[in-house]
Structure formats: C-alpha cells, structure tokens
Ligand binder design. Structure first.
Ligand code: GDP
Ligand code: GDP
Length: 455
C-alpha cells in the first residue's frame, strides 16, 4: 500500500536500485597511447578522471563506476602506467594480466591507425588464456575513412573489431552495447561461490608492511593446500590456506610473492594489483606497518576496500618492534588517520614472531558476519521510530524533515534505503549510521544508506 506519500512503485524502485550486489567489472587494456584513458573517460562520462595524469604521478585510483543503458558496472583503467624497466611487452603483459584477472569482461583497445603490433599479439595470447569475454576496440577511427583500418584487425582472431573514436565519441555507443551483451549481470568472482565454499580474502597493504612475511607465516605453520582442494577452481594466483580449522582462499597471492621490482609506475602497478585483489575478495585484510607512521597510502588502500564494499579487517604488523612510546603515538594516529573505519576489527600481529596469528581468523569471521547481516524490516522500523522520536532532525527553513520508514535492500555489504519527508543532512545520516552500528553490530563492514525524499 502507498505509505506516507510514496507510491508502491517508487518504493520498489528505490529498494531495487539500492539493493544491487557488487557490480560486474570491465577492464580496459592495451598498449600505451592507444587511447585507453580517453576511452575510460568516455565510458564513465567524466572529464576529471585520468587523461591529464603525468607519468610518474601516483595514480591510486584505477576503478570507476559507470552506467550504460541503465546498467551499472565498474571500469578498471590500465592507462596510467608507463613503460618501465621491464620493457614494453613485459610491462603491458603484467598490467593486462592483473586487470584481466579481476575482470568479468575485457575491452581490448588497439590503435587502428597503427594496426596490430607484436605487443598487441602478446596481449591477445593473455586474453585467450584467460578465456574472459573480449570486445575488440579499434580506436582512433575518427571518420569513415578509417573504417578500413579497423577491418584489418579481424586478423587478431578476436572477432569483430568495433571502430571507435574515443576522442570524439564516434562508435563508442555501439561498442558499449556489445560490452553489455557479453558482460555478466553480476561478478562471477564474488557471487559464484557455492555456499560453504572457501571465503575469499585479499591481503593488501603498501609495500614492505610485511604481506609476504605474513603469508609465509600463515601458509607455513598451517598446512598449505596449494590449488589442490577438491571442488575448488584452480587458479594459479590464488592460494588455499588452512587457518583456524577452515580453508580460506587468499586471492592474488602471486602478486605478493612475485617480487617484481619496478621503477616507473611501481605505485600504479601496486594500486592495480590491490584493486584486482579487492574485486576478487569478500573480505580485505589491510596490513599496516605499526612501526611506521600511518600514511596517506595506507588510508587510500583502506578506502579502496571500503569503496568496493568489502568486509574489512585492520592488521597492525611488526608489533614485535614497538616500544611504549611508539605504541602511544600509534593509538593517536589510528584515531586521527583511520577514525572513519573504527568499526573494523583490529589485530596487532607480528609476522616474525607469530604473535596473535590466531586472532586473525576470528577477526575475519566477525567482519564477514557483519557484512552479511540482515535486519528484518519490522525491527528496523521499530528502531527508526524510536530514534526519530528521541533525536529529531534539526528544523531547516521552518520545516522538519523526518525519516518515515526504511528497509534493508541488500547485504554484502548491508544497504539501507530510508524514505524521508524532506532533505536529510549529511550529519544526520552519519548519526543514523552510528546508531545503526550501535544497535545491530555491523562490525567490519561498510554500510550504505540511501535516502529517498517524498516529492
Ligand atoms: P593510453 O595510454 O592508452 O591511456 O592512451 P591515452 O588515452 O592517453 O591517449 C593517447 C593519445 O591518443 C592522446 O594524445 C589521445 O588524445 C589520443 N587519442 C585517444 N583516442 C583517440 C581517438 O579516438 N582518435 C584520435 N585521433 N586520437 C586519440
Ligand atoms: P611486503 O612488501 O608487504 O610483502 O613486505 P615483506 O613481507 O617483504 O616485509 C618487508 C620487511 O619487513 C622485511 O624485511 C621483513 O622481514 C620485515 N617484516 C615483516 N613482518 C615483520 C614483523 O612482524 N616484524 C619485524 N620486525 N619485521 C617484519
């Protein structure tokens, strides 16, 4: 029935929009200068994003949300990475490998004016191996005369080349229609696992915080079941690790073990790897070097996990090296620098001594539990009713906006839609989030709250 001025269709639409699970991921790969960043800007429909970045400038942001023909998805841009010491083939291959790994479908961009190069062929081999759906973008076809150049790219054996001008927008709509044809509705990586399958953990953190040491510790002391567990997909970059009596899939561990030393683009490479791991995981364990000041880079990695909507655990490593003074300052830093994720379970560990390794699994389990929590609508509305009565929204312009009712539209992470009689200020939204956490837990999970205002 219509409730307090909303009609049923509004309500259902809002719940559906808010309840979507994780979005499918589209990776845009190709050689430098073929126009990947230009294309990504076009797809996400924003100017600000990527093109003005200069080589050497840290690019942490590699994932963007996009929408085409009413469908939402994520785009992973690999355009920010310059050729480096590895040489062009190796560097393009390495970036493409991570991006493809994390993707549900790939747009492979080739410069139609140049034609297929050896490097392009190398990427084609990677794409074949990965077996993900591919849309071939023949870029820089700025006018009809370029179409013949595009046709040559049939030779790559990837099917029809889509002639596009990323710069002017020519052909991008048709290409995106094709992308939607092949892009799954939901990411297979995230929701494909059967109930009871191993949970997927991303161990992430800036370089030298101790990721590979920690991995060796947990994989070494417990039994390692490298890719040989019955009924699980074999994936050479993931590792099955038994911990606390359960098997966990640590995703993208090859990226941790493979110590590729890069000069240019190393930060970007690390960001891409982190984004790929986060996309594949249900829960992110962000490792932080407790001996060192908490940095902007630590914060960005935490933000990546939160924005991706994954469950979160914070692990402070190298605890064996801390003296009393450092411990004091660390607590202050955590409050000021990571106060916004105070809801994440925290463990203080040492990959060297093995300190508190046994606390890691309970923390991960707590976070996953919060991530999957569902509050029944009746309970939620009883809670909202009391909250609004006890702490009304401040009066603005003579009116008092009210939360009328709400519902939880989805989980993993929890998503709420609140229906209101007027604009709800950010401060009041934060207050509601805080109270929701106090009431229902949600430890270790971001929560999304969207507000629908009655017309
Ligand atoms: P990336 O390294 O693959 O990300 O390539 P960029 O997006 O940075 O583009 C490289 C250069 O190609 C830039 O100077 C772009 O303006 C240019 N470019 C990109 N797309 C097109 C296009 O469709 N037509 C033409 N003529 N130039 C393009
Ligand atoms: P990654 O780059 O995050 O994989 O970091 P590594 O595992 O390579 O560790 C970086 C450095 O920190 C190495 O010298 C490790 O020996 C050291 N390290 C890692 N964990 C600990 C720890 O718990 N205590 C101490 N004292 N050193 C550690």
């Amino acid at each position: 029935a219509a409730e307090e001025g909303f009609d049923l269709e509004d309500i259902e639409g809002a719940i559906e929009a808010a309840g979507h699970g994780p979005l499918p991921v589209l990776a845009v790969v190709g050689r430098p200068n073929v126009g990947k960043s230009t294309l990504v800007n076009r797809i996400i429909g924003r100017r600000e994003a990527v093109v003005e970045d200069k080589p050497g400038v840290t690019r942490d942001r590699v994932t963007y949300e996009a929408e085409w023909a009413g469908r939402r998805f994520k785009v992973v841009d690999t355009g920010g990475w310059e050729q480096d010491v590895l040489g062009i083939d190796a560097s393009v291959a390495a970036q493409a490998e991570y991006a493809i790994e994390a993707a549900d479908a790939v747009v492979f961009v080739v410069d139609a004016k140049v034609g297929a190069t050896d490097t392009d062929e190398a990427v084609v081999r990677l794409l074949r191996k990965a077996g993900k759906p591919v849309v071939l973008c023949a870029n820089k076809v700025d006018g009809p005369s370029g179409e013949a150049d595009a046709a040559y790219l049939w030779s790559l054996g990837l099917g029809e080349p889509h002639p596009v001008s990323a710069l002017h927008g020519r052909g991008t709509g048709d290409m995106l229609d094709q992308v939607l044809e092949v892009l799954p509705e939901a990411p297979a990586q995230t929701f494909g696992t059967a109930v009871g399958g191993p949970r997927r953990v991303a161990l992430i953190g800036r370089p030298n915080v101790g990721k590979s040491s920690l991995l060796n510790k947990v994989a070494g002391e417990e039994r390692v079941v490298v890719n040989e567990l019955a009924g699980t997909t074999r994936d050479p970059v993931d590792e099955m690790i038994e911990l606390g009596g359960k098997t966990w899939k640590f995703v993208d561990t090859a990226g941790i073990r493979k110590r590729v030393h890069l000069q240019q683009g190393a930060d970007y490479y690390a960001s891409l790897r982190t984004a790929a791991a986060v996309e594949k995981a249900e829960v992110a364990v962000v490792l932080i070097d407790a001996a060192d000041s908490i940095s902007v880079q630590d914060q960005r990695i935490v933000t990546m996990a939160v924005e991706a909507g994954r469950a979160l655990v914070l692990a402070y490593n190298k605890w064996d090296t801390l003296d009393e003074e450092r411990r004091y300052y660390l607590e202050r830093e955590i409050e000021t620098e990571l106060g916004q994720v105070a809801w994440a379970p925290r463990v203080n560990v040492s990959a060297h001594t093995g300190r508190h390794m046994e606390k890691l699994v309970p923390a991960i389990e707590t976070a996953l539990e919060g991530w999957e929590t569902r509050v029944p609508t009746g309970r939620l509305n009883a809670f909202l009713g009391e909250l609004v009565a006890a702490h009304p929204h401040p009066v603005r312009g003579g009116k008092q906006p009210r939360i009328l009712f709400g519902t939880q539209a989805g989980t993993r992470p929890p998503r709420f839609v609140l229906f209101a009689s007027g604009f709800i200020e950010a401060g009041y939204r934060r207050f509601i989030e805080r109270r929701l956490r106090e009431e229902f837990g949600f430890e270790g999970t971001p929560i999304h709250i969207s507000v629908r205002v009655r017309e």
